[in-house]
Design a binder for this molecule. Structure first.
Ligand code: FAD
Length: 399
């Protein structure tokens, strides 16, 4: 039987997140959109909510193999969607849990999970010469005695300015391709790790996005995230090694998709409220012959939103139940990102001048939504991954 209600255990975290979104995020939403680089001090007191329910839940195996688990990932996506109903930039700016935390949760050793439990970790993959094609990174890690030496530049690092740690992708030997790519945990303030600049952006302005340079940056040998630094020799080993690094995305893509669910819900709620004041109300009992064009469009947007939400819940549920979810994680991200872009722009259109004005948040939702179809893999990259998995093709077969 398919049961589509939100599980009881998840509801509590969801309600907490909604309170925060409504009473803390919304009142300061415009303030930090306007003052892009100001630090939202109002959030410090509430960081614990995200630490408990946000990205980084990791995959939780059920004690009884046949038991159904609604664990950290399910709670994470549900809370994130609620927080992003309030403000996606402020949700990302909450101290204590960045995308690097999710990487540590997914790929760290038990010792690393304990050691970095309270940190605020950003994730640095993208470089000037490597975005979607992340296996093409040039940042190097060289072992020198008991230390790794990092050299290279990372761009568009979310939380890069405010984080305490950065999970950095670097190659041990570029000629060995993706087999040689590893993740390293660097503490901010380590000599050789320099913040170069912070970006001015279209949306997501409450969240800082930084360029970080590594110049002979020395870190301890055990800062390598997860497995051993050996470079895999065979094709099979190579696939496995990079698969381990990519495994992080199976957890983080549903989280980013959940951000899109939250932003789109916020836009739909606001749009429906504004239209209601003009006498336009959704009534599912109404004969479809009597439905206006505006109402028909709203029904379509609502259906699109619900389809995306179910994909996100499915991907998170699979992660919680230790089911391989690479395809479903990409499906949720592709659908939710696309849906959010469409819904937020449609809400601006449906409310016309009210939608375009800064008097309410509809124009901001539309600006904030664009990134949700870009980071953690663009729309096109998600579709590529899904196609490869469905057709049984390798990344060399289908580029
Ligand atoms: C606000 C913001 C925050 C970010 N945060 C982070 C972060 O925390 N950490 C991090 O590492 N990165 C981060 N990024 C970077 C982000 O992940 C990249 O921008 C994204 O992966 C795309 O890379 P790119 O910009 O180099 O575009 P490109 O890879 O150059 O792509 C350009 C266009 O070509 C398309 N394309 C590329 N390859 C293919 C293909 N094979 N088939 C079809 N189409 C293709 C893409 O879909 C895209 O439309 C952030 C970016 C922004 C804007």
């Amino acid at each position: 039987m398919i049961y589509l209600e939100t599980p009881e255990a998840v509801k509590k975290a969801e309600e907490q997140a909604r309170m925060l979104a409504e009473h803390v995020f919304r009142p300061i939403s415009r303030k930090y959109d306007k003052n892009e680089h100001d630090y939202p001090t109002e959030l410090d007191a509430f960081a614990e909510v995200r630490r408990k329910g946000g990205a980084g839940g990791g995959k939780k195996a059920p004690a009884d193999a046949s038991a159904i688990v609604n664990g950290g990932n399910m709670t994470g996506v549900s809370s994130i969607a609620q927080l992003c109903w309030g403000d996606v930039g402020l949700m990302m700016a909450m101290p204590g849990s960045g995308l690097g935390n999710a990487a540590i949760g997914a790929a760290g050793t038990p010792e690393q999970k304990v050691k970095y439990a309270g940190c605020y970790a950003a994730m640095a993959i993208t470089e000037p010469g490597a975005g979607s094609d992340s296996k093409n990174i040039s940042t190097t890690a060289t072992l020198d005695g008991d230390q790794w030496v990092l050299n290279g530049e990372k761009i568009f690092v979310s939380d890069g300015e405010r984080c305490s740690h950065i999970v950095v992708w670097a190659t041990l030997d570029k000629s060995k391709g993706k087999a040689a790519i590893k993740s390293f945990i660097v503490e901010k303030g380590t000599p050789g790790c320099e913040l170069v600049r912070v970006e001015d952006k279209l949306g997501l302005r409450a969240s800082d996005t930084a360029t970080i340079r590594f110049e002979n940056c020395r870190i301890d040998r055990d800062c390598l995230l997860g497995d051993k630094p050996d470079i895999a020799a065979t094709e099979e080993e190579r696939k496995k090694a990079f698969g381990g690094v990519m495994q992080t995305f199976d957890n983080t893509r549903p989280m980013v998709a959940a951000m899109a669910i939250g932003v789109a819900r916020g836009a739909l709620d606001m749009c429906e409220e504004l239209l209601s004041a003009e006498g336009i109300n959704l009534d599912y009992k109404k004969n479809r012959m009597e439905v206006s064009a505006i109402e028909a469009e709203l029904y379509e947007l609502e259906a699109d939103w619900e389809a995306a939400r179910l994909l996100v819940m499915n991907a998170a549920w699979m992660a919680d139940n230790s089911k391989p979810n690479s395809t479903e994680a990409s499906m949720s991200k592709a659908k939710a990102g696309r849906m959010c872009n469409k819904v937020t722009l449609a809400c601006v259109k449906l409310c016309n001048s009210l939608g375009y004005s800064e008097e309410n948040l509809l124009e901001k939702f539309a600006r904030d939504s664009k990134i949700l179809d870009i980071f953690e893999g663009t729309q096109q990259i998600q579709q590529l991954i899904i196609a490869r998995n469905v057709l049984g093709k390798s990344s060399a077969d289908l580029k």
